[in-house]
Design a protein around this ligand. Sequence first.
Ligand SMILES: CC(C)(COP(=O)(O)OP(=O)(O)OC[C@H]1O[C@@H](n2cnc3c(N)ncnc32)[C@H](O)[C@@H]1OP(=O)(O)O)[C@@H](O)C(=O)NCCC(=O)NCCS
Length: 146
Amino acid sequence: MISIKQINENEIDLCYELDSNTISLWTKKQWANEFKKEGTKIIGLLLENLVIGICVFQVVIDEVQINYFVVNQNFRKKGFGSYLMDYLIKRCKKLNINKLLLEVSQSNITAEKFYNRFDFSTVGIRKNYYKDGSDALLKEKKLTTK
Ligand SMILES: CC(C)(COP(=O)(O)OP(=O)(O)OC[C@H]1O[C@@H](n2cnc3c(N)ncnc32)[C@H](O)[C@@H]1OP(=O)(O)O)[C@@H](O)C(=O)NCCC(=O)NCCS
């Protein structure tokens, strides 16, 4: 059974472990900071009791910035990422969020395809944004006509 739950700071190890096994974006200290950031929520996608995906997003007035979005390597291309994104979009609509924003490396073709499938459009580029020198694409998805 698939479900979604909010992840709290006492489960930081779970986040750090999934991150270390996938994209290694944040240190444990950086994860700890995420839990403390105002407006930030961390949600996990569970298959039975196993957390197979994590999304970190921050609500800023009527916008949501997606700061982290990962599915465990062994469970990709099975629709789980879409399940998590669908959940997030529905939740944002209920909160009257105007748009979703994120940054993704131009070299991350998989993520680019994934976000395009949800009608995110590229609204800007940050040159040399990542450690490997790749550019970041700024993407947004409007949820209202505002
Ligand atoms: C991006 C990511 C979250 C997608 O999760 P997922 O569970 O594999 O996604 P889904 O199975 O729901 O795929 C949905 C669609 O995304 C696209 N997609 C996903 N993986 C893809 C791949 N390897 N190649 C091409 N397109 C892909 C396809 O359009 C797919 O639809 P389809 O299966 O009908 O072709 C996952 O690949 C991941 O965790 N990547 C590493 C972390 C990352 O890059 N996060 C984003 C950085 S901001």
